[in-house]
Unconditional design. Structure first.
Length: 237
């Protein structure tokens, strides 16, 4: 049975994309990805704690919210439409990166100092953005797949908390590991111990944020389900 195509009375129904709610959620979803990717070029130091520096990046506040919306999309619209939203966000962020490089290469007015712009979005940013985009693509795909698979095969409308937390652990672990391994050298992390702390800190923090936001996520999902005319809750077994 295909996770993206099949729909029978005995399986979970998902809403269609022909509504303004889907378009709105995707727009916010893509915007959070774009903003957090740009902010991720700024390293942030919270430590050290003991002998270890606690280093993260400027996207740490917004990026978990993109996963919250990813959960909303997966729960209400299913794998196929969540994957579409992921590709849209990926394409927008990639297009922004390419455009920034074009702007950097254009002639400047006399006396204009573009060093800050180049430092933020130029030589180092593509590697960070590439790591973020790759991690996001893999992580969000796994996140959506876990939510949809658990809903279809195990929990139906029940145990939403299990779907959200389970998908978060799988998606964030993949996302954080990929991003940190790619971005660490750019942020000045070369020691294996520092990179490991960077990965663990990012994973624990993002997972904790999504867990703390579960009541909010529940309310958003309930509201969207209620206002999506195409969504029909599965009958309980």
């Amino acid at each position: 049975m295909s996770l993206t195509e099949s729909r029978t009375p005995e399986t979970t129904a998902f809403a269609t994309s022909n509504t303004r709610h889907y378009a709105t959620i995707v727009a916010v979803f893509a915007s959070l990805l774009l903003i957090s990717n740009i902010a991720a070029t700024q390293p942030v130091l919270f430590g050290p704690v003991g002998d270890f520096p606690i280093i993260t990046d400027g996207g740490f506040l917004l990026f978990p919210l993109a996963y919250v919306l990813g959960d909303v999309l997966s729960e209400v619209y299913g794998f196929r439409l969540t994957r579409r939203a992921t590709f849209i966000g990926f394409g927008i962020a990639l297009g922004a990166m390419l455009y920034f490089q074009i702007v950097i290469g254009l002639p400047k007015t006399e006396g204009w100092d573009d060093s800050a712009f180049v430092t933020l979005l130029g030589l180092s940013a593509p590697q960070i953005l590439f790591g973020s985009l790759l991690g996001f693509l893999v992580g969000q795909t796994l996140n959506a797949w876990v939510v949809t698979a658990m809903k279809r095969r195990r929990t139906d409308e029940r145990q939403l908390w299990a779907r959200l937390l389970g998908s978060t652990v799988v998606g964030e672990l993949a996302d954080t590991t990929i991003f940190c391994l790619v971005a660490a050298p750019v942020l000045g992390l070369t020691e294996p111990s520092d990179i490991l702390i960077y990965i663990v800190l990012g994973f624990v923090y993002k997972t904790a944020v999504e867990a703390a936001l579960l009541p909010f996520t529940y309310r958003v999902i309930a509201w969207v389900k209620q206002h999506e005319p195409g969504y029909q809750p599965v009958s309980q077994h």
